[in-house]
Ligand binder design. Structure first.
Ligand code: CA
Length: 230
């Protein structure tokens, strides 16, 4: 389950240590040394998860977490706070700011990786390798296969990721910009028209089992995958 992780840590030695461990576990790490740097990264592409040190120069990690939670576009990104603080009041403050979890320094790389995995499983099921099933459609991320009514369906890599996201976020309407952020990880350099092209291909791939009907166009809003199409 490799993820794009934005690590916000001002101490170079700790930043290096954490980054090396995450990369060793297969994750892709983007580094920032303060909140401004992190916001700059997030503006161009959304990471799958943020690891934020509480004690940052300038805007604190806590304030950064709060700010990300307030903005529509970044509200859903999983956040783990790293900190030397450990009092009950601090934990409450961290969770109230919108952090999903809290790791107290010093921590072992194994503990950090386990927390990351748990948070992704809870908050970003499209990042995990768990098979998903909906209305006779089954997608297995581990083997990269899709079955519709027991029949193997042939999907391109982008269509596969798109379907995985839809199946783990079914019944909700997603705008083109949201899909670009969530599936392409980029809403700036990829045109919204690209989404329509891949939706068309995805529907075509799902046609043999009739599951193309599950993907609905919601006029003026975007797309939705539903178990009970109109
Ligand atoms: Ca620090």
């Amino acid at each position: 389950m490799p993820a794009n992780i934005l690590l916000v840590e001002d101490e170079p030695a700790i930043q290096e240590l954490i980054a090396v461990n995450l990369e060793h576990a297969g994750h892709h790490v983007i580094r920032a040394k303060d909140a401004e740097g992190a916001l700059g990264v997030v503006r161009s592409a959304l990471p799958d998860l943020l690891l934020i040190d509480w004690m940052l120069p300038g805007i604190s990690g806590l304030a950064l977490a709060r700010q990300l939670r307030q903005e529509e576009r970044t509200r859903q990104i999983p956040i783990i706070l790293l900190t030397a603080r450990a009092t009950e009041a601090d934990k409450v403050a961290g969770l109230e700011a919108g952090a999903d979890d809290y790791v107290t320094k010093p921590f072992s790389p194994r503990e950090l990786l386990a927390r990351i995995k748990a948070v992704l499983r809870r908050r970003a099921p499209q990042m995990t390798d768990d098979p998903v099933e909906l209305a006779g459609l089954r997608l297995d991320p581990e083997t990269h296969r899709v079955f519709g009514a027991q029949r193997a369906l042939d999907l391109g890599p982008t269509e596969f990721r798109l379907l995985h996201f839809f199946m783990t976020h079914a019944e909700r309407v997603h705008s083109r910009a949201q899909l670009l952020d969530q599936v392409w990880g980029d809403h700036v350099f990829v045109e919204e028209r690209t989404v329509d092209v891949h939706i068309r291909r995805l529907r075509k791939s799902l046609e043999p089992s009739g599951h193309d009907r599950l993907i609905e166009t919601v006029r003026g809003a975007g797309y939705r995958l539903t178990a009970s199409p109109a």
